[in-house]
Design a protein around this ligand. Structure first.
Ligand code: ATP
Length: 241
């Protein structure tokens, strides 16, 4: 039986007169890696912010259900407690703290020191670059390493759903490949992921299912591998005629 983790129904968001999302619906089931792709300004980040309740003052309508419960007006503490973790665009690591300290912050709702130590060791096996640099200040890491740290920190909270907003943004092609490699590894460990990406090719190659967002609307959805072969996706997002 598939367990529904997240259901977004008929979501609309308007910033003043600008309608950023216009009745979008999507869902994520347990264990899935689902990607939301689309051009700049399509409304992807706004959708994620609506899920986490971190939108600025604007008009929101629709229903968001997470683990069977309506989600509305979440505080970040509540989100961690509900095992919903978000890695925002720009990563947001604590630059004046070491990698190790950042990871401890990711587990701040737990006081089980042994479990925390085990979790850090576990995520170090997935992100060996972080292990090599455990005592290094996060602010001195490369963009890709900071992205890995932000993901590992989010994973320290044992999320039931991990939201990733443009993890490849601003990274070199080699680092982008590495980031997608770890996203696949994390997904293979059973973590449910909603991935927002502009890099449609890599996102669809990694994902089980995909959604295309255009001007605030979901215009296409399906099996990610089939979407990779869809002529409309090829023409609009993969640079293939
Ligand atoms: P990107 O990849 O560039 O982040 P996106 O698909 O994530 O794009 P959003 O960031 O959700 O798109 O933006 C959707 C629309 O909403 C855009 O037209 C954007 O200018 C507008 N928008 C986003 N945030 C705000 C805000 N705080 N105030 C006003 N308009 C906003």
């Amino acid at each position: 039986m598939t367990t529904n983790i997240l259901k977004v129904e008929d979501l609309s968001v308007a910033y003043g007169g600008i309608k950023a999302v216009k009745g979008a619906s999507l869902e994520v089931n347990e264990g899935e890696l689902v990607t939301l792709i689309g051009a700049n300004g399509a409304g992807k980040t706004t959708t994620l912010k609506a899920i986490t309740g971190t939108l600025p003052n604007c008009k929101v309508s629709g229903h968001i259900t997470y683990l069977g419960q309506a989600l509305k007006g979440q505080s970040s503490f509540n989100l961690v407690q509900q095992k919903l973790a978000m890695v925002p665009e720009g990563r947001g690591v604590f630059t004046r703290m070491s990698i190790h300290e950042n990871l401890l912050m990711g587990a701040y709702t737990s006081d089980d020191k042994q479990q925390i130590a085990q979790d850090i060791e576990h995520w170090f096996t997935v992100f060996p670059r972080l292990k090599e640099r455990a005592s290094q200040m996060a602010g001195t890491l490369s963009g890709g390493e900071q992205q890995m740290l932000a993901m590992a920190r989010a994973l320290m909270s044992h999320p039931k759903l991990l939201l990733l907003d443009e993890p490849s943004m601003g990274l070199s092609p080699i680092m982008v490949e590495k980031i997608f490699e770890v996203i696949r590894t994390v997904s293979a460990q059973g973590i449910t992921i909603l991935l927002v990406e502009q890099n449609a090719k890599l996102a669809l190659e990694a994902a089980h299912r995909g959604y295309v967002m255009e001007s605030g609307l979901i215009t296409m959805t399906g099996n990610a591998k089939e979407m990779l072969n869809d002529p409309r996706v090829k023409a609009a997002y993969l640079g293939e005629a």
